[in-house]
Each structure stands twice: as C-alpha cells, then as structure tokens.
Design a protein around this ligand. Structure first.
Ligand code: OFO
Length: 170
C-alpha cells in the first residue's frame, strides 16, 4: 500500500515532469526562432523524455490504484535573453527537480516504502546524468560568447541527438 503523503509527493513530481517538458518545448521554440536548430532538436527530445518520466510515474501510481487529483501545469518561461541564459535556467530547474526527487526518496525510506524508494533510484540516476549533460553544454557555451563559429559547431553537435524511448520495467 502506498501512503497518502507519498501519493501526493509523486503526484507533484508527475506535475513537475510535465512542467519540465513544457519548459524544454518553450526553449525549443526560442531556439527555433534564433535559428539554432541543433539546440531546438536537443530541447525537443528532452521534452519528450520529460513527458515519458511523467508517464512512468502515472503508471506507477496506477499500479497502486492510487487516487489523486491532477494539478495545473504552470506556464514556463518564454523569454530568454541568450542561449546561455536559457540553458542555465534549465540547469537550475533540473537541480530543483533533483531536490524534490531526493525528498521523495527520503520520505519513502522513512515510511519503509521500499518499492517507492527503489523506484526513485532510477530518477536519481537520471537527474545525475541530466545535470552532468547540462553542465557540459553550459561550459561549452561559455567558450562561445562572441564566437559564432564555436556556437555553430555546438549547434551541429546537439542536432545529432536522437530520441530513444525510455523502457521502464516495473
Ligand atoms: Fe525528468 O528529468 Fe529533468 O526534469
């Protein structure tokens, strides 16, 4: 049985994952207008992954027949001054997502809810990777300031990203 508190935290997390998808779509739209199609590609694929993260939580809660009310998905930022600013915002958002996942893990451990605790391990690993990738892009972007050629090379690199559907086994 899953507790009401854990159900609520997972429901909030589900909302955050779909908000993440919205945020990356908003960034993709910004990059599209800026002519940075590699960045647009990277963000669009990231948005798909985020929606999948949300769906995995949805399936997890459904496996428990948990009852919860869906929350409103907040409007993401739509104005970004620079490519660096947009990616830094994504990085700071991911750090807050990591924090909320850690809170669920701690609460699950406290309640001896070992299934949810184990479930969160996948998300912890995923957040670790996401933060690492974003930091990497940000580091490269810092070299690009005033250097459009390097920016174009980075854009080309990000254009290679392909979507791989996440297979999560319960
Ligand atoms: Fe779902 O990993 Fe980012 O937010």
């Amino acid at each position: 049985m899953i507790s009401e508190r854990i159900t609520e935290l997972l429901n909030e997390q589900l909302n955050k994952e779909f908000y993440s998808a919205y945020l990356y779509l908003s960034m993709a739209n910004y990059f599209s207008q800026a002519g940075l199609h590699g960045f647009r590609n990277w963000c669009t694929i990231q948005a798909k992954e985020e929606a999948e993260h949300g769906m995995i939580i949805f399936e997890f809660l459904n496996n428990y027949d948990a009852k919860y009310k869906f929350k409103t998905i907040a409007q993401p930022d739509t104005e970004f001054k620079t490519t660096l600013e947009a990616m830094e915002l994504a990085y700071s958002h991911e750090k807050s997502v990591t924090n909320s996942i850690h809170c669920i893990k701690s609460m699950a451990d406290e309640q001896k809810d070992y299934i949810t605790s184990m479930f969160m391990d996948w998300y912890i690993q995923e957040q670790f990777e996401e933060e690492h990738i974003l930091r990497n892009i940000i580091d490269k972007l810092k070299f690009c300031i005033d250097n459009k050629i390097i920016l174009m090379l980075l854009d080309k690199e990000l254009n290679k990203r392909e979507h791989k559907k996440i297979e999560y086994k319960f």
